[in-house]
Design a protein around this ligand. Sequence first.
Ligand SMILES: NC(=O)c1ccc[n+]([C@@H]2O[C@H](COP(=O)([O-])OP(=O)(O)OC[C@H]3O[C@@H](n4cnc5c(N)ncnc54)[C@H](O)[C@@H]3O)[C@@H](O)[C@H]2O)c1
Length: 296
Amino acid sequence: MKVDEIRKVTVVGAGVMGSGIAQVLATNGYYVTLIDISDEFLRKGLENIKNGPFGLKRLVEKGKLTEDQVKEIMARITTTTDYQIGCSDADIVIEAVPEVLELKHKVFKKLDELCPERTILASNTSSLMISEIASVVKKPERVIGMHWFNPAPIMKLIEVIKGAMTSNEVRDLIMEFSKKLGKVPIEVKDGPGFFVVRYLNVILMEAIRLYEEGVAGIKEIDEMCKLGLGWPMGPFELMDLIGLDVVYHIAEYNYHVLADPHVAPPVTLRKMFHAGYLGKKVGSKGGWYDYLGIQK
Ligand SMILES: NC(=O)c1ccc[n+]([C@@H]2O[C@H](COP(=O)([O-])OP(=O)(O)OC[C@H]3O[C@@H](n4cnc5c(N)ncnc54)[C@H](O)[C@@H]3O)[C@@H](O)[C@H]2O)c1
């Protein structure tokens, strides 16, 4: 397949990342099928694309899109809970379901079964090794990491990761495709967290441990990173944006693979995850500031 032959892209998981990725694809003229496990999740995904903080309505308000263009973009997106419908004629599938290896395996087995042989199977995983995800499919040559960043419509970087068996052709195509979407792809070796997340995880876990040690409070650490390091947001604000479930799963997996205590989830994060404090995402009890009752 050549990059200009790509027409249809299926996105599995209509959450924070899946909906953002679908928005970028449809804005660039691709026909998108969004798959999720219920109509309610699909409705929320579409709502995020239209009216979310980085959605199309905001671009109309900024004068970057017209109402007619928004209608055309939305018309290119269809939704379904039926994998058969979503997979039957996809050129590329981008998987964006929660960061749990067993779940990714379940999804990739289904994709392997239902997609035509030519379909490229990409994962937006933040940390799970592509070789490990690809271990359940018959043709791991077609499985690749295509790691977007949050918010997908804004962030330019895409990490492209070959698993142990991924073909060079698939890698080249995804690099070209990412460029066509206006993104900057950079190839990274397979390993837990690839580059950005492996590096970021250490910084985030250290911020939590410094808070637990009493070196400074949550609000103060966020302020210091913004004022002293010039970061656009502090580490606790960033974790709330990413989603504390994602942050927790990444730390658990990196610790599982690397056995380095510096990358392990500290006790407070573990407690928050199990208590349902998942950051800013829908259905969460709130993030760090809510859990600790801190006024912003
Ligand atoms: N949140 C981030 O900042 C971020 C950034 C980059 C990559 N990622 C990665 O993207 C992936 C998704 O993360 P997210 O933050 O969008 O999660 P999310 O929880 O917001 O969305 C996941 C979606 O997948 C759906 N889902 C669950 N099981 C499914 C199944 N079997 N089939 C189809 N859909 C299913 C859920 O209903 C939900 O809508 C994860 O691998 C995560 O590590 C996240």
